[in-house]
Design a protein around this ligand. Structure first.
Ligand SMILES: Nc1ncnc2c1ncn2[C@@H]1O[C@H](COP(=O)(O)OP(=O)(O)O)[C@@H](O)[C@H]1O
Ligand SMILES: [Mg+2]
Length: 375
């Protein structure tokens, strides 16, 4: 799939854009604070109806404006789509082919976008919460079921935690209702965990291939899922996972009442990146971590393709110049001809132009983009 015609109004410092993107490579060159990340963020928002930088949609509306508007024409192999998002201070609305969608979940996933920015390095060395957010965000855009169960899980978890607090305070003594909530939570958790296993299994193998491609050292990259409840294994069926979760909630409930919170489940699980079996968080160099993060992004492209038969678009924010020549060319070689790619950079010097074939090049200054005539 690719984003063909794109129209934007009042998105952060970008006032007005109306342009036809290249199906292959689009490059945006600009100094700091001109709107490069804002532009990629707006495309990401058109795809996912959320920003990778903030949870507050209001921030995205240009100062002193009432709304931000995004519109894109998407080409897929079978059909063309017209997507629109309107962000107002009261909330957001979305349209597919000019028909307003009452649920975001029917909209998300129509356009798939993978974004890679320097902050993605935190995926390997950052806190577990970042890796869970990564799973929820990325698996949510490829699977409506995952999106549904992950949000349902948050809802019931909150309910159970609230109830645990009431039990802890002695406001109620109805332990039967706790069991009801525990069973319900276990059922939804099993749906979330089994899908995480399934998607990570694919990601691990695709990331391993990508790592082979972009790293020259030849270590083997693997990704493992670590459930917070011991005894759950990747080849367990959904029912087995459910039974183990139920048994666990039974076992830990006294402790959970004392602590007034749910101590284990998908909200406490983690993933681990390993090079030759060793934890990359602890042992990988900065360069290796960069290659791992990039490999994971490339693996996501394969995952989207595997599940939807379409390649997502790729947004590379300020990362090209961080990669050396060999990695840049391995990357472009890997995505060549498959993935519409948007690249931002401050620095022309850092990019190996000879390996980028006929890109569309824009300059971006004070939130305005202009086409560069000749390369
Ligand atoms: N809601 C907003 N309205 C207007 N300008 C904004 C808004 N949010 C951020 N900005 C401006 O956007 C600029 C940063 O743009 P950004 O895309 O992050 O720059 P870069 O080109 O370095 O990636 C800053 O000058 C910031 O003040
Ligand atoms: Mg930026």
């Amino acid at each position: 799939m690719y984003l063909d015609h794109f129209v934007l109004q009042n998105y952060r410092n970008l006032k007005e854009i109306d342009t036809q993107f290249d199906p292959n490579i689009n490059i945006f060159i600009g100094k700091n604070a001109q709107g490069k990340t804002n532009l990629l963020e707006s495309i990401y928002f058109l795809a996912l109806t959320r920003s990778h930088r903030t949870n507050s949609d209001r921030e995205l509306i240009a100062f002193n404006q009432e709304y931000a508007n995004l519109w894109g024409k998407i080409h897929k192999s079978q059909l063309d789509l017209d997507l629109r998002v309107l962000i107002t201070k009261k909330g957001k609305k979305v349209w597919i082919n000019r028909v307003e969608q009452s649920k975001l979940s029917t909209y998300v996933g129509q356009l798939n976008a993978i974004l890679f920015s320097p902050e993605d390095l935190d995926l390997i060395k950052g806190a577990p919460a970042l890796r869970r957010r990564f799973m929820d965000q990325e698996f949510g855009q490829i699977s409506q079921e995952y999106l549904f169960y992950a949000s349902k899980y948050r809802q019931v978890l909150l309910q159970r935690n609230t109830y645990l607090k009431r039990l802890a305070k002695g406001e109620t003594k109805d332990y039967i209702f706790l069991d009801v909530l525990s069973d319900q939570l276990a059922g939804i958790a099993a749906e979330v965990i089994s899908r995480r296993f399934e998607f990570l299994k694919f990601l691990s193998s695709a990331a391993s291939d990508a790592y082979d491609h972009i790293s020259l050292a030849g270590e083997k990259l693997t990704i493992a899922y670590h459930p917070s409840i011991s005894g759950i294994k990747s080849d367990d069926s959904r029912e087995e996972i459910y039974e183990k979760l139920r048994a666990n909630f039974q076992k830990t409930k006294d402790n959970e009442i004392r602590k007034a919170t749910t101590l284990s489940g998908p909200h406490r699980d983690d993933i681990e990146f390993k090079l030759d079996g060793k934890n990359a968080h602890l042992f990988a160099s900065q360069g290796q971590q960069r290659s791992i993060a990039l490999s994971v992004k490339l693996a996501e492209i394969q995952l989207v393709h595997h599940l939807t038969d379409e390649y997502p678009i790729l947004l590379l924010d300020d990362v090209m110049s961080e990669l050396d020549h060999d990695r840049q060319s391995a990357l472009l070689d890997y995505i060549h001809g498959k993935t519409q790619t948007f690249i931002t950079t401050t620095d022309l010097e850092g990019i190996s132009w000879e390996i980028i074939k006929q890109p569309k090049i824009y300059h971006i200054q004070s939130g305005e983009i202009s086409l560069k005539k000749e390369n």
